[in-house]
Write a protein that binds this ligand. Structure first.
Ligand code: ZN
Length: 251
């Protein structure tokens, strides 16, 4: 497509700025969309901690159930002991006294054994409860941190959205000065290339796909009388010496 050198220059300069703005917009939108590495890290730790908590909690519950069983047994043994004691008071002869004493002593022994087991269980249950509470505390701390990050992210997102709004206004201003046919070509290439629609000529190669540009095409490019596209990647080409050279954005 043939056109005035001035139109080409204006259009290309606007497209270069546009491409830069699109790159910035892409990054801003990505920052909004992607969770921060810190948040991801905390979430991973939180998931692990919650798994550990569940395991520790299960152990605690098992121990505590045993402890309650022993507590119940303590009550039963107390009743047994009381009964054995009253039986001991009601003996009518030595033989009965002997038997009653024997029974009483047996219950007493059982009660003592049970008391010992209960003490041990209580100790273990206390330890397990402490381990569980420690995990719960760590979980709460991480959850608080995550919430804080989330709130900061909301503030940051609002700032980014402001920036995006400004850039979009600039974008519209640049588009308005680009020749219509050049712009539709740019958009077409951008869609195909998923990013850059315009490429700097680096040495003798296209800066977009690095394929060598034939001398004839380079000559036409320098003349600035038409829009030249890369024969390989279709990006709009522009000479390296164009003023206002932007940072090249790799696609
Ligand atoms: Zn190319």
């Amino acid at each position: 497509m043939e056109m005035k050198s001035e139109t080409i220059k204006t259009s290309i300069e606007a497209l270069l700025r546009l491409q830069e703005i699109d790159g910035q917009l892409f990054q801003l939108n990505a920052e909004i969309k992607n969770p921060s590495p810190e948040a991801l890290d905390i979430q991973t730790k939180l998931d692990e901690l919650q798994k550990t908590f569940k395991a520790v909690d299960r152990v605690f519950r098992d121990v505590d159930r045993d402890r309650r069983g022993l507590e119940l047994r303590t009550l039963t043994l107390k009743d047994d002991l009381k009964r054995a004691e009253s039986k001991r008071r009601d003996v009518r002869n030595t033989k009965e006294e002997f038997a009653a004493n024997k029974e009483y002593e047996a219950f007493q022994r059982r009660a003592q054994e049970n008391e010992k087991l209960l003490e041990e269980k209580q100790k273990i249950a206390t330890e397990k409860a402490a381990a569980r509470d420690e995990k719960q505390k760590a979980i709460s701390e991480l959850e608080a941190k995550l919430k804080e990050i989330d709130e900061n992210k909301k503030t940051r997102t609002a700032e980014l959205q402001e920036e995006i709004k400004k850039l979009e206004a600039q974008r519209a201003a640049h588009i308005s000065v680009v020749d219509e046919s050049v712009f539709s070509l740019y958009e077409r290439v951008q869609r195909i290339r998923k990013g850059n629609g315009i490429a700097l000529v680096k040495g003798l190669n296209c800066g977009g796909c690095f394929v060598a540009i034939p001398p004839q095409l380079r000559y036409r490019l320098e003349k600035m009388e038409e829009i030249i596209t890369c024969p390989s990647c279709s990006r709009i080409l522009y000479p390296n010496d164009t003023e206002n050279t932007p940072h090249s954005v790799a696609s």
